[in-house]
Write a protein that binds this ligand. Structure first.
Ligand SMILES: C[S@@+](CC[C@H](N)C(=O)[O-])C[C@H]1O[C@@H](n2cnc3c(N)ncnc32)[C@H](O)[C@@H]1O
Length: 360
């Protein structure tokens, strides 16, 4: 099917105040479109003007802001002490609320902002394709970490679909790395520490207090393989897979997502940097999260590449974010190119600036 492509307007973050869009002078990026899709196109995906919605029952509400007298400078604390010290310094939810009373906190771009940030614009654009649903959109997020992607879904549900929606997050917030990966240090070792100290879980809960109040957010603390079997068939309109990236976990989540998705819903996931035919993926190591191909230098997640190839074949993907629509028992690509997107409000200022400069 041919789709009507609209000229892309990147509406910049911070332009939305109390639900009303204010475009700043000179920031309208007419003629710039979200870069194109890998894969085919799906029906008429033209963006519609935002419609305001009837709020659904509120889950976690935004906390009233306040002023802390003993506030630390998070950037300096991180730079000087690293997240190890931050873990000891702010492991409880009340402590986080005192340290960061007015905003979510993501520990800089490495520990809180996972993957390519541009993916979040496509995530919001994907939500907008569900605007014709006559009910609140039900999102299942597998793997939430400290809530960066959860807040993106929440803002998109708040602003881009008429009946808003709900998000159910499933994550054990527990260690899941192998001893060798932890030993190697770097991001995996830091994530491991954050999970063991409950810092990741408490940051997740703290950060979600800044979600739009009209979007319900619940979470289940457990591994997808243990939790998902309890959910009913067709219970979700969008399933986002971003948990354990090893093959067995992703393959199982894709199977479960197929059962859990309503017809017309979106099957999405993160970290598909590389696609290959299933036959070429069989040799990919199922036990590792992440690798850099020594020949090409490409960094990718072999478990995601292989599981997606086997379950879905080639998929529509944007900067590593893949999305397919379930239709009549099969899956069709989703064309997001040319759709509008806004930089999420919770992006740290440096990240907003870097995205603006890429589209400026
Ligand atoms: C890459 S992080 C998620 C990042 C998050 N979606 C974001 O973009 O901000 C992966 C998350 O998956 C979680 N996880 C690991 N194993 C899991 C499992 N078996 N089921 C569900 N989540 C899992 C980890 O605890 C971690 O929080």
């Amino acid at each position: 099917m041919t789709g009507v492509r609209v000229p892309c307007v990147i509406v910049l973050a911070g332009l939305y105040q109390a639900g009303a869009a204010h475009r700043l002078a000179g920031r309208r990026m007419g003629g710039t479109r979200l870069p194109g899709v890998q894969g085919g196109t799906e029906g008429d995906e033209a963006a519609a003007p935002g419609r305001r919605a009837t709020p659904v029952e509120v889950g976690i509400r935004a906390r009233p802001g306040g002023t802390a007298t003993n506030r630390l400078d998070p950037a300096r604390s991180c730079a000087v002490h690293g997240p190890w010290n931050m873990g000891r310094a702010m492991s409880s939810l009340p402590e986080l609320a005192v340290l960061f009373p007015n905003e979510p906190y993501f520990l800089g771009n490495t520990m809180g902002v996972m993957g390519e940030p541009l993916r979040h614009l496509y995530m919001a654009a994907a939500v907008a394709t569900l605007q014709d649903l006559d009910r609140a959109v039900r999102v299942l997020e597998i793997g939430s970490w400290i809530g960066f992607s959860t807040l993106t879904w929440a803002q998109a549900l708040d602003e881009r679909v008429p009946h808003k929606g709900s998000i159910l997050c499933v994550d054990p917030w527990a260690s899941y790395w192998s001893p060798a990966e932890i030993q190697a240090g770097g991001v995996m070792a830091t994530m491991d520490f954050m999970a063991r100290s409950d810092l990741s879980y408490n940051l997740f809960r703290h950060n979600l207090t800044f979600a739009p109040p009209g979007v319900r957010i619940d979470h289940v603390r457990g591994r997808s393989e243990d939790v998902l079997p309890y959910f009913a068939d067709g219970a979700f309109d969008l399933v986002f897979i971003d948990g354990d990236h090893r093959y067995a976990a992703v393959a199982n989540e894709l199977r479960e997502a197929d059962r859990l998705l309503a017809d017309g819903g979106l099957l999405c996931g993160d970290d598909l940097e590389h696609q290959a035919p299933a036959s070429a993926c069989a040799a990919l190591d199922p036990a590792i999260h992440y690798r850099q191909d020594p020949a090409t230098g490409v960094r990718y997640h072999p478990g995601v590449t292989r599981a997606v190839a086997e379950a879905l074949g080639p998929v529509s993907a944007y900067e590593g974010f893949f999305v397919m629509r379930k239709l009549g028992g099969g899956y069709v690509p989703v064309d997001l190119s040319g759709r509008t997107a806004s930089i999420p409000r919770h992006f740290p200022p440096a990240l907003k600036a870097s995205i603006r400069s890429r589209f400026g």
